[in-house]
Write a protein that binds this ligand. Sequence first.
Ligand code: PMP
Length: 470
Amino acid sequence: NRLWTLSLLFRLSRLATPGTGFVLLPVAPPAPTCSGGMTASAGLAAGERGSAAANGGTRTATASPFDCDDTISPMVKTVSPSKTLEVHALTQEMKARGERVVSLCVGEPDFQPPAAVIEATAAAAREGVTKYTGVTGTVDLRKAICADLARRKNLTYSAGDIVVANGAKQAVYQAVLAVVRPGDEVIISAPYWPSYPEMVRLAGGVPIIVETTVEEEFLLTAEKLRGALTDKTRMLIFCNPSNPTGAVHSKERCEELAAVLSEEGGKGSGCWVLADEIYERITYDTPHVAFATIPGMFERTMTVNGFSKSHAMTGYRLGYLAAPPIITKAVTIIQGQITSCASSISQAAGLVALAVSDEEMQASFDVMREKRDFVLKRLSEMPDLATAVPQGAFYVFPDVSAHFGKSAPDGTVIGGATDLCLYLLRAHSVALVTGDGFGYSKCIRISYAASMEEIDEALAEFDKCLCSFS
Ligand code: PMP
């Protein structure tokens, strides 16, 4: 009987709708109604709404696919689905119809991992390096990472300060989980890598978006950072070089930001810095400086890096966090419960990757520079674009907003960056990524990690497309 009663109460509680006062048991989370449903803006924490607006916040209303379903935890409903899906879905449809699409969308290098890495991968599998490793990774790999950070970045870590993860993405998320408490604010400059705000929300934190513009070369200024700091600020996520803009903050700029965080009586004293430096090896004229080397920052910086971009090892899922022991201890507990360790085979390959000579690595990066210069030249010849010169990574992020409101030859009105990308794909078979996905709706992202032929063809079509608008 007790069971029957419980079961009835459970079913009743699932029928109960918010606002009726008819809530019996805390069995299921309150179900959002389909009519009023939980929109993305309703999903924003109160602080986020105010602060994001104050900072020119860019979160657009994207409904969660679970709005009308109480099966899924409300936590998931606060996370935005990818805004690049529309273009991706159309690209897939066109390809399925046998149409050719030139894509400059990818976020991974077009070159292969070094030959020695591929050989080490096969050897590891053959030779039985196929078991779990310790949670934080093999000692050999962690020591090699420390040696690499010391040699190239002037950073002194010991093997105990390193947690090897399944990609830099996991390293970022675990670092966020380790320190961000419900209601804590995390400063993220826009345009941003789309996962940052979503990871902060998953941790219960509040992303505070600080917008930078093409005129500012997408660099965060001391003034904007100071303006975003509050008593609730827990972390600054600092992506340098940046995806999607390719912006590289110079040593001087990093020092200015660090000075704000260290200001006597300022609000930055409790602020951690998560320095995502996954693109640090791919830089052009502005040398990259590790944020943890800026005086006063080592003790409060969590450095994330990995092998995906530098060594073209995206599918190996290998990245790492280097941080003060209290952070690595916490992250080790988290990782131990959710993935145990990174792939043993990838770790063996990563060890060899770190031994590849700088000269061999540089050859691939030099090709990237040629492609960047080619893209910049072509963009400079196109109508009404504003482009900052990217100093790192393999992306250009032109401001296309001067074309908004124009009409395409078929009558399509280009209302924004997503419209432009969809039209470009439909009419010119070229796929680019809308800035909406990066919290910056005036721009589009062009990845030049593609062959010269593809870049040339895609940009010729992009030019034609822009010239056809009236
Ligand atoms: N940070 C940034 C800025 C990235 O662009 C990416 C990959 N797109 C990552 C982290 C994640 O890299 P990984 O493949 O090592 O998980």
